[in-house]
Design a protein around this ligand. Structure first.
Ligand SMILES: Nc1ncnc2c1ncn2[C@@H]1O[C@H](COP(=O)(O)OP(=O)(O)OP(=O)(O)O)[C@@H](O)[C@H]1O
Ligand SMILES: [Mg+2]
Length: 263
């Protein structure tokens, strides 16, 4: 299964990505977590320390490797075509922690042009060509905003999870994401609410998102904030957080099962 996570800045995308990654890994899935945000911070949400990160290379440096292996100068896509399995990803791009392999996309040096096209091409090729078995999950933590979706970064994912919080602004972003995502043919778009604090938030969310595609809520947890302060994974805080993540996963399973039976 390939899951992409999007939403307005700061809503809780990386927190959810880290929690899902650890949760699937705990249940025996092989998990590849992909940090597609140039301002990468998925590692700490998974529980990977900065020391563990030292020595891993962002995959954007792979272009050289692609050239070596394929002879093609625009080699990203061909590299993934030649090495389409999660296992084939060169070790120097991955760090492993508690059953999760983390891949950093990194930024491609374009001589100061500021263009992010190469990263988007890279993410798109990775998501498109990676063959994912039944016991494998790929989780793509995307940067805030929506413009990269316009470039079809997420076109081959099984589900795009849009994270929202109880406020009009994140819902406006969600509406734009939904439109772009359906324009580029993303099959399943689902919602998760985060930082939900009390009944007023709950009611707001329930009246604002499409209920048939709503996967569940992550409450406002002091332990999540605490984990962020310490640079540790909120997953290791345990308790209610894990119960909520399990429930989100069950709803996702149901949603994908329902959709599959419609085809
Ligand atoms: N359910 C929650 N309860 C409490 N705090 C939360 C919750 N979810 C996220 N946070 C906190 O909100 C902040 C932003 O979370 P996070 O980094 O996951 O968001 P993001 O959407 O990935 O942000 P960005 O757009 O910058 O990538 C962090 O400090 C995080 O600890
Ligand atoms: Mg983030």
């Amino acid at each position: 299964m390939k899951i992409a996570i999007a939403g307005k800045g700061g809503v809780g995308k990386t927190t959810l990505a880290g929690l899902l990654a650890r949760s699937y890994a705990d249940d025996g899935y092989r998990v590849l977590a992909v940090d597609a945000d140039p301002d990468a911070n998925l590692a700490s949400s998974i529980g990977i320390s900065s020391e563990q990160l030292e020595g891993i290379e962002p995959i954007s440096t792979m272009k050289k490797l692609a050239k070596e292996r394929t002879g093609a100068s625009e080699g990203y896509g061909s590299l993934f075509i030649l090495n389409p399995k999660v296992d084939d990803l060169p070790e120097r791009f991955c760090v492993h922690h508690k059953g999760v392999s983390l891949l950093l996309m990194g930024t491609v040096d374009q001589g100061g042009s500021g263009c992010v096209c190469p990263e988007n091409t890279l993410v798109r090729n990775l998501m498109k060509h990676l063959l994912v078995g039944n016991d494998e999950v790929v989780i793509l933590d995307m940067e805030a905003g929506i413009e990269h979706l316009g470039r079809a970064t997420a076109e081959s994912v099984d589900v795009l999870i849009v994270v929202v919080e109880a406020g009009k602004r994140s819902l406006q972003t969600a509406a734009q994401i939904e439109k772009l995502a359906s324009d580029i043919g993303i099959r399943n778009i689902a919602y998760v609410a985060s930082k939900v604090d009390g009944d007023a938030d709950r009611e707001f969310i329930m009246s604002s998102v499409p209920i048939s595609r709503f996967l569940g809520m992550l409450s406002m947890h002091e332990q999540i904030r605490g984990a962020d302060r310490q640079g540790s994974s909120p997953y290791d805080a345990g308790g209610d957080i894990l119960v909520e993540v399990q429930s989100i996963r069950r709803s996702l399973n149901d949603l994908l099962g329902r959709k599959a039976s419609q085809h």
